[in-house]
Ligand binder design. Structure first.
Ligand code: GDP
Ligand code: MN
Length: 380
């Protein structure tokens, strides 16, 4: 889950990372007033959960309250990468003498967090990473040992940080590491971290991504969720208690258990099909949950066939069958379904489904092949 810049900055501030003075506004007149309060020179920043706001015109430096009002009106009417702007952050303007990139993220290959820094930070960091990757310093961090002083010094040396900033920069890195581990983040970033004209370090931007699976440990952070930036079906899925991840293909999948769901997608791909989603209804799912899951799959216009693969154990096949019947009754749909339903109460399930127009499969391979055939027929 991503936090907005202003939320991330508030969080960073609690860890003593210096941030500019600033407040959030939802209207142009409010922004004007904040601008007056902050002394006239401010930056108005669109709060949307995407990167590259600066390049999209969503970050504007202004010099007067009138200008702040004008610019805020225009930013609040913008869409950035399809997302509406509902709030702006009005921050005191800072004179920049140097922009630094600083971030921590999980390196899955190394199976460790990695600290990343670059002396050429700012809006072009992606280009720097592509064209001159040598300018970017990386340091793996051992989760058990934590960040060590020598690692911070190595990073400072690698980005040629002037010596006078070593101590405050080190404190910021350490604070960012604390935020990252305390909040169960998968990414915590400051870009740019600037050296100001009067030689202070300030975090001008803040970005943090939290691990969804650890959010239950952080109810205060979970409350900050903004569903604007999320896929509709994924949000719904969370509400019903199913794990749903949207994919690009056309075969909708409904499966119990994450492992079986992954295997189902693999088999579909293996035979040349493309899964439209990952969906795990979990163990012991009720018919209601099953019906909601099918409705979610059917809401995706790309779906041309559905493969239901359920291995009954704690999950009872008759409950699943009831759910299928329910969903078919609620949603008028001509999307064909293949059902592979084996295990607990399998016979009862067949009885419940006897009137439904679906195709049975005895094995996963057969089910996948049938679903792929259905899509091919649709395409003709
Ligand atoms: P992003 O484009 O979404 O990453 O938004 P940022 O918050 O990083 O802002 C983009 C750029 O605007 C920064 O890299 C800075 O160069 C510039 N910027 C942001 N705040 C200020 C400020 O207070 N003063 C000045 N001069 N530039 C700023
Ligand atoms: Mn930025």
């Amino acid at each position: 889950m991503k936090l907005h810049e202003y939320q991330a900055k508030n969080l960073y501030a609690k860890y003593n990372i210096p941030i500019p003075k600033g407040r959030i506004a939802t209207s142009a007149s409010e922004a004007r007033r904040l601008c007056e309060e902050l002394g006239g020179k401010v930056v108005v920043k669109a709060q949307v959960l995407v990167s590259g706001r600066g390049k999209a015109g969503g970050v504007r430096l202004v010099k007067t309250p009138e200008e702040a009002e004008e610019v805020t009106t225009s930013i609040l009417s913008m869409k950035i990468k399809d997302l509406p702007v509902r709030k702006v952050l009005v921050d005191e303007a800072i004179s920049i003498s140097k922009e630094i990139y600083l971030g921590i993220t999980n390196d899955r290959a190394a199976q460790k967090p990695v600290l990343i820094a670059c002396g050429a930070g700012g809006v072009d960091i992606e280009e720097v990473a592509q064209k001159t990757p040598g300018k970017i310093a990386k340091m793996e961090v051992d989760s058990l040992l934590g960040l060590r002083d020598y690692q911070i010094r190595d990073i400072e040396l690698s980005i040629d940080l002037p010596r006078q900033f070593w101590r405050p920069f080190g404190e910021i890195i350490y604070a960012l590491w604390k935020v990252y581990t305390d909040c169960d983040a998968t990414m915590a970033e400051i870009n740019p971290l600037v050296i100001t004209a009067d030689n202070h370090l300030v975090a001008l931007d803040a970005k943090i991504v939290l691990d969804e699976n650890a959010l239950f440990r952080h109810p205060d952070l979970a409350d900050l969720r903004d569903i604007d930036g999320e896929d509709w079906a994924e949000t719904q899925g969370r509400k019903f208690g199913v794990s749903f991840v949207k994919m690009e293909g056309d075969i909708g999948c409904m499966v119990n258990g994450a492992g079986l769901a992954m295997a189902t997608m693999d088999i579909i791909s293996h035979f040349g099909g493309k899964p439209a989603n990952f969906l795990d209804i979990g163990g012991g799912a009720s018919s209601e949950k099953v019906a909601s899951a099918i409705r979610l799959i059917l809401a995706d216009r790309n779906v041309k066939a559905i493969l239901i693969n359920v291995f009954g154990g704690i999950t009872r096949c008759d409950e699943v069958a009831e759910g299928i019947v329910r969903a078919c009754r609620d949603v008028a749909s001509d999307v064909p379904m293949v059902v592979r339903l084996v295990g607990t109460n399998e016979d009862k399930a067949r009885q419940i489904l006897s009137g439904a127009s679906l195709v049975y499969a005895d094995s996963l391979v057969e089910g996948a092949k049938k679903a792929i055939d259905m899509v091919r027929k649709e395409d003709k």
